[in-house]
Every structure is written in C-alpha cells, then in structure tokens.
Design a protein around this ligand. Structure first.
Ligand SMILES: [Zn+2]
Length: 80
C-alpha cells in the first residue's frame, strides 16, 4: 500500500514570525518560533519602558496570515 502523500510534501514551507507596530515598526527578524517572537516583543517593550514609553509591537506571522488559536495560546503561555 503506497504511503499517503501530504499536500505540502516536498515543499519546505516554514512559518516565521515577526513583531510589528505602527510606531515602533518591524523588528526585522524572521523568528522560527512564536515563543521567540514573543520574547523579542517583550524585550522591545522592556527597552521602551526603561525610557518611559511603551512598545506597540505585536507578534505577527511573516506571511501576514492571522494567528490561529494554538499560536495565540503559545503567546499567552510565553507571557506567563
Ligand atoms: Zn524580532
């Protein structure tokens, strides 16, 4: 019995994440995990706080697709 092919087999499609804000702009990274992106966002927020401001960056998928539920969960888990 032949192995079932997955639709994306053979294509390396890796989701990456970045952080972006209207004021702060984009961090310019392609984070390979959403946790890394969240840490990057927290670092930026920390740096802004030290200067008396705040960061309006939020975690986004690099492909522009909205975050799904498991990704939102991962962000919340990384925050606690
Ligand atoms: Zn970053």
């Amino acid at each position: 019995m032949p192995a079932k092919r997955k639709p994306n087999q053979g294509a390396v499609i890796m989701t990456t994440y970045t952080t972006i804000g209207d004021v702060r702009g984009c961090c310019g990274h392609a984070h390979r995990t959403i946790e890394a992106a969240e840490r990057c966002r927290q670092c930026d927020a920390e740096g802004c706080r030290e200067q008396g401001g705040y960061s309006d960056r939020r975690v986004m998928r690099s492909d522009g697709a909205p975050l799904d539920e498991s990704e939102m969960d991962a962000i919340h888990a990384a925050r606690s």
